[in-house]
Design a binder for this molecule. Structure first.
Ligand code: ADP
Length: 146
């Protein structure tokens, strides 16, 4: 059985935290879909096109990685691409509490297992929202971007 994972997120923008999780998880899977969730009611900071272009440039030539967008339940996107795992990163207890019920529900509804990777300690403060906050005040956020 091929081990196919979906790494879902907003990736608005894709940070060094996302990259650390993905790079750590890559040896575990045959294929990983970076799945950019695009909920039309949620306004994003970066356009979908910009996010796709930046992530594609980073992983160009890596045949294990595919970049897709979706606007359905994550488990429905997983079924569409025949993924049997969801990949998520954990930074702290707040992430765990939020993720646990979602992972349990996804498993109950679909049988799809969520695999968690703990963030490297030096990246536990990194989030897309911090980056957006810095950028919105004109500050330099490049140290948090891969
Ligand atoms: P969402 O809006 O679905 O939370 P994000 O793009 O913010 O999407 O995050 C996608 C995934 O990446 C989540 O599992 C999140 O916990 C994880 N993540 C984000 N930043 C980090 C980080 N610094 N270290 C580890 N995981 C992270």
């Amino acid at each position: 059985m091929e081990r196919i994972a979906v790494f879902p997120g907003s990736f608005d923008p894709f940070t060094i935290g996302h990259k650390a999780i993905l790079d750590s998880a890559l040896p575990l899977f045959d294929k990983v879909y970076i799945a950019i969730g695009c909920n039309s009611s949620k306004k994003s900071f970066f356009t979908l096109e910009k996010r796709i272009a930046d992530i594609s440039a980073m992983y160009k030539g890596n045949e294990k990685i595919a970049i897709e967008t979706y606007d359905t339940l994550t488990i429905d996107f997983c079924k569409k691409v025949h993924a049997n795992f969801i990949l998520r990163g954990l930074r702290n207890v707040a992430d765990f509490e939020y993720e646990q019920t979602i992972a349990q529900t996804n498993k109950q509804l679909s049988g799809i297992e969520t695999v968690f990777i703990a963030t490297p300690p030096e990246l536990s403060n990194v989030s897309s929202s911090i980056v957006r906050e810095l950028l919105s005040y004109g500050a330099d956020a490049s140290r948090y971007l891969p």
